[in-house]
Design a binder for this molecule. Structure first.
Ligand code: CA2
Length: 154
């Protein structure tokens, strides 16, 4: 069974330890556990990086091996055409996820390149909202017409 890739961008390794008023107190390790609990039998590849290159390489990995991508690109959301280009190569469902509601924040956080490819955008649900993203992704993967019609191993 192909895994869901849950990819996290720069500084999110500090989650739960900085700016709790915006990002809460849940750590990224706890987020990973929540995602695994929510995914049931579907495997999860859960990663974080501070490097744009690594994030892009992991999207390439998902193109070859994944059934869906949940991505919190953090600051790369607003800067990286290269990340957008990589996501455009992915065939399956993409959820853009943000812990905070980026639209409630300063205008610099309002223009997302990743949204130009994402099938869904989730923002403002807090760190525990990752579990909701996984549940939605399971539905999106199951609903894929090509997979359902051809009974492909998704
Ligand atoms: O709300 C989100 O998930 C964000 O993607 C987080 C990014 C921010 O640039 C986006 O606008 C929204 C920044 C993450 C900064 O990393 C921190 C992690 C923990 C505590 C403080 C900052």
């Amino acid at each position: 069974m192909k895994p869901i890739f849950v990819l996290n961008g720069p500084n999110l390794n500090r989650l739960g330890r900085r700016e709790p008023a915006i990002y809460g107190t849940t750590t990224l390790e706890e987020v990973e556990q929540l995602c695994r609990a929510a995914s049931g039998e579907r495997p999860i590849v859960f990663r974080q990086t501070n490097s744009e290159e690594s994030l892009i390489n992991w999207v390439h990995e998902a193109i070859d091996e994944g059934c869906g991508i949940i991505i919190n690109p953090a600051a790369f959301t607003f800067t990286s055409l290269a990340l957008l280009d990589a996501l455009k190569m992915f065939d399956g469902p993409v959820i853009e996820f943000h812990i905070s509601n980026i639209h409630k924040r300063e205008p610099i956080y309002h223009r997302s390149y990743v949204s130009m490819r994402a099938d869904a955008v989730m923002a403002g649900l807090g760190a525990t909202g990752y579990a909701a993203a996984v549940r939605c992704m399971l539905d999106m993967v199951a609903a894929r017409p090509a997979a359902a019609m051809a009974a492909l191993p998704i």
